[in-house]
Design a protein around this ligand. Structure first.
Ligand SMILES: [Zn+2]
Length: 314
């Protein structure tokens, strides 16, 4: 049985046909062109689903999972008004995709989908307690506690980008000061680099400069990752995970980043939780959201089957 995973992002749509072992049978990538508005983007999603399922018997496709930027309501399948998708307001994405594809569809926050992907087929190793943190233009997290995704009352659990790690820190786009996102995201690393160097450098360039011995670049990264480490300490104190998986573009910095994070966690976290936690890079690269979305479609289907069985037995 296959499931379709869709990773809907502000810049790209990644859609794949995934088998039960998490293998990608086929996938396509399209630009989101979000400026064209929801109708065009939804049509593009449906097109990509048709592309990856062409030639596969209907009976072999269990359903579709879509990982989308939040805020969204995963129960009703409605995308509310994500900053990354301009013009979207209360779009009933699940219902539209179901109607046009005639395939059962589930909708989930993108970071949650990536957490599930990494936990099933990536760095997570089927942990019951895992936190996935994505560090790219923004910062977000998917949190698995006792084997279940934590969604919160309004589906906003895991918005760790606006966790405050320095009460007097830099101004954040949200209006607060000292949020993780204002100190450790790719966007903020580039912003700090512009102030310090007086010229434009993105986070990848700053990392290259640091690798080549530039002291200022190294200091910028150490400070940014130091704050991210503090954020992880707070998360670890709340959830006591066995593994924290770090993904997103900035995680490509690799060892210099993970060395700082591990050091801050070992120095600052309570030993009971800080000593046991593994801090690991994501293993599915840019595919964790797509694969995780397909897993969510499968889990939803088997939950429904169990409920039906239960009702029959009762
Ligand atoms: Zn903020």
């Amino acid at each position: 049985m296959y499931h379709v995973g869709v990773d809907l992002g502000g810049t790209k749509i990644l859609t794949g046909l995934i088998d039960e072992d998490g293998r990608i049978e086929k996938y396509v990538r399209r630009d989101t062109n979000a400026y064209e508005g929801p109708n065009a983007v939804v049509a593009r999603i449906v097109e990509t689903v048709k592309e990856v399922t062409t030639g596969v018997a209907r009976g072999h496709i269990g359903g579709i999972g879509i990982g989308s930027p939040g805020p969204l309501d995963s129960h009703t399948g409605v995308v509310l008004s994500p900053p990354n998708l301009p013009g979207w307001k209360n779009v009933p994405l699940k219902a539209i995709v179901e109607e046009r594809t005639q395939l059962h569809t589930v909708l989930e926050n993108d970071a949650n989908a990536a957490a599930i992907g990494e936990n099933y087929f990536g760095a997570g190793n089927n942990s019951t307690d895992l936190v996935y943190v994505t560090v790219s233009t923004g910062i977000g997290a998917g949190i698995i506690v006792n084997g279940s995704l934590m969604r919160g009352k309004t589906g906003s659990a895991g918005e760790i980008g606006h966790m405050i790690v320095d009460a007097h820190g830099r101004q954040c786009i949200c209006g607060n000061r000292g949020c993780l996102e204002a100190l450790s995201s790719g966007t903020s690393i580039a912003k700090i680099a512009r102030e310090q160097f007086g010229e434009e450098h993105d986070a990848a360039e700053v990392a290259d400069m640091a690798k080549n011995g530039d002291e200022l670049a190294k200091r910028i990264l150490d400070e940014s990752f130091g704050y991210l480490g503090l954020g992880l300490v707070n998360i670890i104190h709340i959830f006591n995970p066995s593994v924290v998986v770090i993904g997103g573009g900035v995680s490509k910095v690799g060892k210099p980043m993970f060395d700082v994070l591990t050091q801050v966690v070992r120095n600052r976290a309570f030993p009971t939780s800080g000593e046991i936690v593994e801090i690991k890079p994501a293993e599915l690269g840019g595919m964790s959201g797509m694969i995780g979305s397909a897993v969510l479609a499968r889990l939803h289907r088997s939950e429904n089957q169990q409920q039906r069985l239960h009702r029959q037995q009762v």
